[in-house]
Design a protein around this ligand. Structure first.
Ligand code: PLP
Length: 396
């Protein structure tokens, strides 16, 4: 039976390759950190990980993970509500709520699951979901699983959002849904305006803080801190897989009743395994460290500032960023691919993004700055960009 679908799949794969869209994976043979070993042969500086706070290989975090594994075992072998909740899971949920200034938190195996399981338990076909056009795939999938009426507004376009909110007045409940930081440009959602519109048109607000938590705001506590909205955003989702150590795991944090209902009805929570003690213990340490001092976050802010300024001074076209994502605009798809390959030869690992991941003729290299980079590494990266930029006629 496999014969006919096999041929079909082979053809599909061939088509993907011919379209130049086949994704190859580079094999890292070291730990994930600022300097990594790729393909067992080349040491490169890593500027394309979500390791914003440089905690992926942090010694204290690893030690806490080992301790948790020693004391609480390796696996939970159960979903949370049957026999998969330990004291440390509850402690981590509380630590996350403290960090964001929210009432309660529910853990998931990933933020993809947090977003996938968020909407269907809360909203029915009587309700409205008003979603930014550039929201993450997991939000789009989560919204699809829910019967609420869907409205879409152009990325960060507040006039369009207001139009959609007017149209959505006929529904029972409304929720505005946005990423905190949009991952291709590094721009921050205009939460002050979104929150004001939500008040005016009687809507809830949900923000996905995957790229903003740990990064944005005076102490890195995300968009609610940046816009003075602590405790006022109804629902925040986030990941343990980026700034907070980068392992795996997600969460939804916010209003108590919302979290309570999710524990009763959210399918990825009810029908999927609990996160393992090693991740819980290590993550507890991450939040403890971030409570104690703002040193790591300050370092990230300093690094971003240094890098962006140096790149602008060199003459690169940088998208205005308010996060740790720095989009170096090259516009041409082929150029972005070649540029990234040349940088790899210089020991700098970055990724070029082009259509359909970004709009046509908006190809770019996305650089992700980390608190784990030292000054010398940042300088080496800028130097390599300048060298390749001159060679490829991007810089005069
Ligand atoms: C990375 C990301 C996710 C998925 O997070 P995981 O925990 O890796 O599943 C969801 N939303 C946004 C905006 C992200 O950037």
């Amino acid at each position: 039976m496999y014969g006919s679908i096999k041929n079909h799949l082979k053809k599909e794969l061939q088509d993907i390759k011919e379209a130049g869209l086949y994704k190859e994976e580079r094999i890292i043979t070291s730990a994930q950190k600022a300097e990594i070993m790729v393909n067992n042969s080349q040491n490169v500086l890593n500027f394309c990980a979500n390791n914003y706070l440089g905690l992926s290989d942090n010694a204290e975090v690893i030690k806490a993970g080992k301790k948790a594994m020693d004391e609480k075992g390796f696996g939970m072998s159960s979903v949370r509500f049957i026999c998969g909740t330990q004291d440390i899971h509850k402690e981590l949920e509380k630590a996350i709520a403290n960090y964001f200034g929210t009432e309660d938190t529910i853990l998931y195996a990933a933020c993809f699951d947090a977003n996938g399981g968020l909407f269907e338990p809360l909203f029915t076909k009587e309700d409205a979901i008003i979603s930014d056009s550039l929201n993450h795939a997991s939000i789009i999938d989560g919204v699809r699983l829910c019967k609420a009426k869907r409205y879409r507004y152009a990325n960060s376009d507040m006039a369009d959002l207001e139009e959609q909110l007017k149209l959505a007045q006929e529904q029972r409940f409304r929720i505005i849904v946005t990423d905190g930081v949009f991952s291709m440009d590094g721009n921050v959602a205009q939460m002050d305006k979104i929150s004001a519109l939500a008040d005016k048109y009687d809507a809830l607000v949900m923000v996905d803080e995957c790229h903003s938590a740990g990064v944005v705001g005076k102490t890195g506590r995300g968009v609610s801190e940046q816009f003075n909205l602590r405790g006022k955003i109804d629902i925040i989702t986030g990941t343990l897989g980026k700034a907070f150590g980068g392992a795996v795991g997600g969460f939804t944090t916010g209003r108590k009743e919302v979290i309570d209902i999710l524990r009763q009805r959210s399918r990825p929570y009810l029908f999927s395994n609990s996160i393992p003690p090693v991740v819980v213990g290590a993550s507890m340490k991450v939040f403890e460290m971030l409570e104690q001092s703002n040193e790591i976050h300050d370092k990230l802010v300093e690094n971003v500032e240094f890098f962006v300024n140096a790149m602008k001074e060199a003459g690169f076209d940088i998208k205005p960023t308010q996060s740790a994502i720095c989009a170096v605009m090259l516009y041409d798809a082929k150029l972005s691919q070649n540029f990234a390959s040349e940088l790899l030869k210089e020991g700098i690992y970055v990724t070029g993004f082009y259509y359909p991941v970004v709009p046509k003729d908006q190809a770019r290299i996305r650089v992700q700055v980390s608190a784990g980079h030292n000054r010398e590494q940042l300088e080496k990266c800028v130097k390599a960009f300048i060298k390749v930029g001159k060679k490829m006629n991007v810089l005069k």
